[in-house]
Every structure is written in structure tokens, then in C-alpha cells.
Write a protein that binds this ligand. Structure first.
Ligand code: SRM
Ligand code: SF4
Length: 572
């Protein structure tokens, strides 16, 4: 093995590093401040720690100005994110989430782009009860946010192959084994007794250390030909390799990520690069060692440059690979061939390999709510009451009612029809291929609308789509309220990033299989300009595309936009 001398960036540690250091393994003063009845909020330092417990303090931005005028504190409320590897929930867990959202939240559930539930609008006084009920349902929110390994994603299509359940088990193991070891969560939320003795002795975070990671860390496992989890957007992406129906291992890809800041060339989205192959039983070791490289060499001064993608780009891909192999004490094999077809979902009823049925439902923007006549939340509650399989939350914010027996299929179909739940097939394929992040009113970082606006914009784009005979053409379209990229905008064939209220940067040219980034096409445009641009582009595409050519590839081939194969060229 080659000996290397690597350096972490020098500079004063960021404020968050201080907060972690002083937190006594993520405790801070959370226990006390959650009891305080004077404010519905909590201090900033504790809010930073709150993330490690799967929650953020937010305020309802729709009410912000009015409350300010009335000299009231902001309408503070908490967002809560569940840790649920691979997005698999039992019907009972679904019912608990539904009930909690109703009792303590804003009566809706958000199915996130990382396959889990978020609840919004939980008041401080209800947080502990909510956490405890989640725990009783055998789920938790540990490490759902914060500078640690997050919810591990996994291909959500059980109909695809026998391999799926095996791969899902690996995602669960990774998620559990990479959890922080501190008992802070259990003490603060579940009232578990503190074990006697000094915490430093009790809780050596062998892998994370007392400062945890410089930034969040994300792992996802794809099962080709589906890249539904956008494996190249992960800090550590694993691609299942199946030979003769057997899972032989995983290709390992490192250094992906979507976030950036407008106009800041030091920040950029990046595609993870494949560096080799390992056997299934080696993935924990690989993940652990990759995480410790980021722990040791990630940037702890500049949070905007702290993600693993920047560590990889700074040190060099080959150097990181050598360091990984040094830490493993063995070499990765050559990466094995694989092929992705798409990064979307396949809707409606599909029969799986073991004779079970799976129904993929289109959930626009991932929002489970009863809105006017569309009683999605009620319908799913009724389905959960009789369902004996499970639910799978997809990385595209949709839902699979999975593992339905032929016997139960009839009853579930009746409920789907009774509540008019949709697989999206009466919409354009464009809408079915859409993703939007939460943005306003809850996200404190949103510069523009996303989830609430994309459906409205799509109503207008669909007219253009129909005029051009593109109704069944799958074109991925993604909108985020800011450049953090929570809906993986840079991997949408059409991407919009919020710049200011009603204004977006428009991106084109990403690959349909999630393997190439998009590039900025127009800056700071409003709805009228968006529609006039798309009118020209989509008509051009309808007339000039080659057989089977996807829109992103067309935009590159015809020179509408330059291809970006490495995020470091993103701003050029
Ligand atoms: Fe995200 C922060 C919502 C997936 C990149 N994200 C946030 C916060 C917590 C805002 C904040 O820090 O104050 C948002 C909460 C809004 C709200 O009101 O709920 C938020 N992110 C989401 C979700 C709910 C979007 C959705 O509509 O589904 C997704 C929850 C995922 C989950 O279940 O864990 C979500 N976020 C993502 C993804 C996509 C992914 O991971 O596949 C990304 C891009 C991939 C990546 O990480 O590179 C993403 N979120 C960010 C970033 C930018 C990080 C960076 O590298 O710069 C931030 C801001 C930050 O961390 O400082 C952020
Ligand atoms: Fe908020 Fe920006 Fe993420 Fe959208 S992309 S949820 S606006 S942080």
C-alpha cells in the first residue's frame, strides 16, 4: 500500500464545530430549553444540535410579516424527519405517521426525495410526545439531519427482482451500523436514564469522534437498470451488480452532491465517480472508511466547502481511493459493467417476481394531504387499515403500495378507485417525471416557491407539451426554491432554481438516467419567459429529435447547451 501524507484545510473552525464540541455528544441544553414555556422557539445553538435529532426549528413564512407588524415572535414550529432506510414503512407505521400529522402537525405528510416522512408545523410542546410515538412505532428520527450519515436510500422497486429485498437489507444495516452512538436522543426524547460515569468514557464515538463529520453525509444504493435514487448525487453511491440473478457486490462511487450557492464558483453540484467494486459483506467497511476520510480531511472552517465532494476534488479522486485502500487494508476490485435506463418511477400496478402486486401512486410534490375533492390522505389511511404488505416511499416523492397479494388486490383497487387516487397516467409524462422541494412556507432557505408553484406552472407547460404531441414523452423536470438542490435539480433534464420570488434560473442538458449534470440556460426569468423558452425548445425537440432521443441529450447534441461531465466546469 502506498503511504500518503494528506492535509486537511487550515483555518478557524466554523461556529458549528464549536457547538458540537461544547455539546457533550449532542446534548447541549436541549432537554432544558424544550421545557421552557416562554418562547415557542429555541436558541440557535440548540437548533443546530436539534438537527442531529432529526428536526429543525422553522417559522411559518406566510405569517412572518404580519406577526412582525404585530410585534409577535415568529410562528415557530418544528419540522421532523423520520429515519427510514430504503423508504419502507409498515401499514401500522403509516397509520402512526398519519395520526401524528393530524394531531400535532399541519395535517399533511411530506414524502421526501430521500424516501422518508417529514412532518411540519409541530409545536414545541408537542415535540416530545411526537418523538415518543414515532419510537413506539419502531421508527426514529436519529441522524435524519445533522453532520452524520443520513437516511440510507435504496431502490424502491420490489417488482424489479429478487435482489431487491437483499439490497434493502444492506441499506438497513448500513443505516443502523453508521448511527451515532451517543445516548443523547434517548435521554432527551425518550426519558431514558443517563448511565452513570463521564460521558467521554461511556460514549466514545469510535467512528465519528466528538466533532462528528464536517457536514452531512449521504449514501444510496441503486439497482440497475433503475437509477431512481440518483446514485451519482450521493457522497457514497453503491451500484448493485447482479450476475446470473445473484447479487455479487457493489460498484462504489464517491463524491457526488447537488448543493451550491448562486454565483459562487467555489461551490457546485458534482457527479459521484465510480472507483471500484466490493463484495456485499465489504460495504460496511468501505462506508466506514470513506466516512473517516471525510471526518479527517473535510473542511471544518468553511461549511459551504465542507461536503465530501469538495474533499475528493481537493485531494484528487486517485488519492482518496489510495487512502481508502490503505485504511481498508485491501484493494477494491475493478468496477463491473452496469447500465442505467432512467431515474424515474414506473406507475400503476406491476406484478412482482414472487407473484405479489405493487401499485405505484403519483404523489405530486410528495405531499400527502386532503385537498378539495382529492382525499389522498384519507384514501391512504383506509388502504393502510386493510393492507398486509408494506409501503415504499420512492426517491421521486411517490408511493408504492407494495407486496399486495392477489387476494387483497381487488379490495385495494376498489379503494384506489373510490378515492380517485391516481397513478398519474391521465397527466402528461412530464408531470409524472416532476420533483419539487418543500420551499415556502416552511423552508427558511427558500428564495422562491417550488412545491406550491410547480403544479401551477406544469398546467401551463402541459398545454405546450400537448401542442407538440409530447404527452407521453418522459422528460424529467425539477424545481427547487434555492440552489441547495433538495429536489436534485441539477439532474433534471429541465431544472429551475429559485432566485427571488417568481424568478428562477433555468437549467437544461442533464441525462435521463441521472449520469450527467445540467447547465444554466437562462438566468433570473419569470413565468412568461419560462413558457416562451419552453415553447421554442419543445417544438424544436418534437420536430428534430432522433429516434428514442431524450430531451437532455437532444439539448446537448443540438448545441442548445454544453455538456457538463464534471461539476468543476459547472459555472464555465
Ligand atoms: Fe435538503 C437543507 C428539505 C433532500 C441538499 N433541506 C434543507 C432544509 C432542512 C432547510 C434548512 O436547512 O433549513 C430543508 C427543510 C425544508 C422543509 O421545510 O421541510 C430541506 N431536503 C429537504 C427535503 C425535505 C426536500 C423534499 O422536498 O423532499 C429532502 C429531505 C431528504 C431526507 O429525507 O433526508 C431534502 N437536500 C435533499 C437533497 C436530495 C438528496 O439528498 O437526495 C439534497 C441534495 C443532495 C446533496 O445533499 O448534495 C439536499 N438540503 C440540501 C442542502 C445543501 C447541502 C450542500 O451540500 O450545500 C441544504 C442546506 C444545508 O445543508 O446547509 C439542505
Ligand atoms: Fe429549502 Fe432550498 Fe432545500 Fe428547497 S432546495 S427545501 S428551498 S433548502
Amino acid at each position: 500500500m502506498v503511504k500518503q501524507i494528506l492535509k486537511a484545510p487550515v483555518g478557524l473552525p466554523s461556529d458549528v464545530e464549536r457547538i458540537k464540541e461544547e455539546s457533550n455528544y449532542l446534548r447541549g441544553t436541549l432537554k432544558e430549553v424544550m421545557l421552557d414555556q416562554i418562547s415557542a422557539g429555541i436558541p440557535d445553538d440548540d437548533n443546530r444540535l436539534m438537527k442531529f435529532h432529526g428536526s429543525y426549528l422553522q417559522d411559518d413564512r406566510d405569517l412572518r410579516n404580519e406577526r412582525q407588524k404585530q410585534k409577535l415572535e415568529p410562528a415557530y414550529q418544528f419540522m421532523l424527519r423520520v429515519r427510514m432506510p430504503g423508504g419502507v414503512a409498515t401499514p401500522d407505521q403509516w397509520l402512526v405517521m398519519d395520526d401524528l400529522a393530524q394531531k400535532y402537525g399541519n395535517e399533511t405528510l411530506k414524502l421526501t426525495t430521500r424516501q422518508t416522512f417529514q412532518m411540519h408545523g409541530i409545536l414545541k410542546w408537542n415535540m416530545k410526545k411526537t418523538m415518543q410515538e414515532i419510537h413506539e412505532s419502531l421508527l426514529d428520527t436519529i441522524a435524519a439531519c445533522g453532520d452524520v450519515n443520513r437516511n440510507v436510500m435504496c431502490n424502491s422497486n420490489p417488482y424489479q427482482s429478487d435482489i431487491h429485498s437483499e439490497v434493502y437489507e444492506w441499506s438497513k444495516r448500513l443505516s443502523n451500523d453508521l448511527l451515532p452512538r451517543t445516548k443523547a436522543y434517548h435521554e432527551i426524547w425518550l426519558d431514558e436514564e443517563k448511565v452513570a460515569g463521564s460521558p467521554e468514557v461511556e460514549e466514545v464515538e469510535a467512528m465519528y469522534g466528538p466533532l462528528y463529520l464536517p457536514r452531512k453525509f449521504k449514501i444510496g444504493i441503486a439497482v440497475p437498470p433503475s437509477n431512481d435514487i440518483d446514485v451519482f448525487s450521493q457522497d457514497l453511491g453503491l451500484i448493485a451488480i447482479v450476475i446470473d440473478g445473484k447479487l455479487v457486490g457493489f460498484n462504489v462511487a464517491i463524491g457526488g452532491g447537488m448543493g451550491m450557492s448562486h454565483g459562487d464558483k467555489e461551490t457546485y453540484p458534482q457527479i459521484a465517480k465510480v472507483i471500484g467494486f466490493c463484495k456485499p459483506e465489504q460495504i460496511y467497511d468501505v462506508a466506514e472508511k470513506v466516512i473517516t476520510i471525510q471526518r479527517d480531511y473535510g473542511n471544518r472552517s468553511e461549511r459551504k466547502n465542507a461536503r465530501f465532494k469538495y474533499t475528493v476534488d481537493r485531494l484528487g479522486l486517485e488519492t482518496v481511493k489510495v487512502e481508502l485502500e490503505n485504511r481498508l487494508g485491501w484493494r477494491l476490485d475493478e468496477a463491473k459493467p452496469y447500465h442505467f435506463d432512467h431515474n424515474g418511477d414506473r406507475y400503476g400496478w406491476l406484478r412482482g417476481v414472487k407473484g405479489k402486486w405493487h401499485y405505484t401512486l403519483f404523489v405530486e410534490g410528495g405531499r400527502v394531504a386532503d385537498i378539495d375533492n382529492y382525499k389522498l390522505k384519507t384514501g391512504l389511511r383506509e388502504i393502510a387499515k386493510i393492507h398486509t404488505g408494506d409501503f415504499r416511499l420512492t426517491a421521486n416523492q411517490n408511493l408504492i403500495i407494495a407486496n399486495v397479494s392477489s387476494h387483497k388486490k381487488k379490495k385495494i383497487t376498489e379503494l384506489i378507485e373510490h378515492f380517485g387516487l391516481t397513478d398519474g397516467k391521465h397527466y402528461t409524462a412530464l408531470r409524472r417525471s416532476s420533483l419539487a422541494c418543500v420551499a415556502l412556507p416552511t423552508c427558511g432557505l427558500a428564495m422562491a416557491e417550488a412545491e406550491r408553484y410547480l403544479p401551477v406552472l406544469l398546467d401551463k407547460i402541459e398545454v405546450i407539451v400537448d401542442e407538440n404531441g409530447l404527452r407521453d414523452e418522459e422528460i424529467t423536470i425539477r424545481m427547487t426554491g434555492c440552489p441547495n438542490g433538495c429536489a436534485r435539480h441539477a439532474l433534471g433534464e429541465i431544472g429551475f432554481i429559485g432566485k427571488a420570488p417568481g424568478k428562477y434560473n433555468m437549467y437544461l442538458g442533464a441525462a435521463f438516467d441521472g449520469s450527467r449534470l445540467s447547465k444554466m440556460y437562462r438566468e433570473n426569468i419569470g413565468e412568461e419567459e419560462i413558457l416562451s423558452e419552453l415553447r421554442v425548445l419543445l417544438s424544436h425537440y418534437a420536430k428534430e429529435r432522433q429516434e428514442g432521443e431524450h430531451f437532455g441529450d437532444f439539448a446537448i447534441r443540438t448545441g442548445i447547451i454544453k455538456a457538463v461531465t464534471d461539476g468543476r466546469n459547472f459555472h464555465e
